[in-house]
Design a protein around this ligand. Structure first.
Ligand SMILES: Cc1cc2nc3c(=O)[nH]c(=O)nc-3n(C[C@H](O)[C@H](O)[C@H](O)COP(=O)(O)O)c2cc1C
Length: 214
C-alpha cells in the first residue's frame, strides 16, 4: 500500500486554524470520539496511557475556559514579543481566536496524570512526551476530516482556575487546549520554515552534513 503521499500531505498542511473556523457548524461528538480513538495510538512513557481528554461542548464550561484564555492572551499580546518571535499575521489571527474562543463548537483539554514541579528533566520530558504526541495525532485526525484546530497553551497561566472550573484533580497536568471547528474554504499549504538541514547536526552539535552545496 502506497500511503506516503496523502500522509505527507496531512503532515505538512496541518496548520493552526483560527481565521477559517466555521463557528456555525456543529461537530458531532462521535467524530471527536473517533479522532480521540486515533490519538490514543500515540506513544506514552512505559505505555502508561495516563491520559484524560476533557471535551467541552456546553456553553458554561467553554465560556469559563475562554475567559481564562482571554485574560492570559491580553497580557501576552500586550507585552513586547519574546526575542525570536516573528511579528506576523499570527498576532492578528491569534487575536481573532481569543475573541471567538467561547464560540467554537468544541475544545479538548489534553491532561496527564502527575505533576512536573520539582521533577528531574527526565521526568518532565516523560510526562509531556506522553501526552503531546496524542494531542498532535488528534489534530492530524481532525484535519483529515475537514476540521481545523489550533494548539493553545495560554490558558495555563491560570491552570489552577481552569482545574477548579472543570473539577480536574490537583495531581493532574493540563498540557494543551485544542479548540476545533470545521474549516471553511479549501485545503492548506505547507508553511514557510527554515529548511530542516539548517537545524540538523550530524555526529556532534552544529556539524552540518556536507552536501557539496556552497
Ligand atoms: C507549545 C505551543 C503553544 C502554543 N500556544 C498557542 C496559543 O496559546 N494560542 C495560539 O493561538 N496559538 C498557539 N500556538 C500555535 C502557534 O502559534 C503555531 O503553531 C505557530 O504559529 C505555527 O503556525 P502553524 O501551526 O500554522 O504552522 C502554540 C503552539 C505550540 C507548539
Amino acid at each position: 500500500m502506497d500511503d506516503m503521499e496523502p500522509i505527507d500531505h496531512i503532515l505538512t498542511t496541518t496548520r493552526s486554524v483560527r481565521r477559517r473556523l466555521d463557528l456555525t457548524r456543529a461537530v458531532a461528538p462521535e467524530v471527536i470520539e473517533q479522532c480521540l480513538e486515533i490519538a490514543i495510538q500515540a506513544p506514552s512513557g512505559s505505555d502508561r496511557q495516563g491520559w484524560e481528554f476533557v471535551v467541552l461542548t456546553e456553553s458554561e464550561p467553554k465560556l469559563a475556559i475562554a475567559e481564562l484564555y482571554r485574560r492570559a492572551f491580553a497580557a501576552y499580546i500586550g507585552a513586547p514579543p519574546a526575542p525570536g518571535t516573528p511579528i506576523s499575521a499570527v498576532r492578528a489571527s491569534a487575536t481573532l481566536l481569543a475573541e471567538q474562543f467561547h464560540l467554537v463548537p468544541a475544545m479538548v483539554l489534553f491532561c496527564y496524570a502527575g505533576r512536573v514541579e520539582r521533577q528531574s528533566a527526565a521526568a518532565q520530558a516523560a510526562l509531556y512526551g506522553s501526552i503531546l504526541p496524542a494531542a498532535w495525532s488528534f489534530m492530524l485526525a481532525l484535519r483529515a476530516r475537514g476540521i481545523g484546530s489550533a494548539w493553545t497553551t495560554l490558558h495555563l497561566v491560570y491552570e489552577r482556575e481552569a482545574a477548579a472550573a472543570l473539577g480536574i484533580p490537583s495531581d493532574w497536568t493540563q498540557a494543551a487546549l485544542i479548540p476545533l471547528a470545521y474549516f471553511t474554504g479549501t485545503g492548506f499549504k505547507p508553511a514557510p520554515r527554515a529548511p530542516a538541514r539548517t537545524k540538523t547536526s550530524w555526529n556532534g552539535w552544529g556539524r552540518r552534513r556536507d552536501t557539496g552545496e556552497v
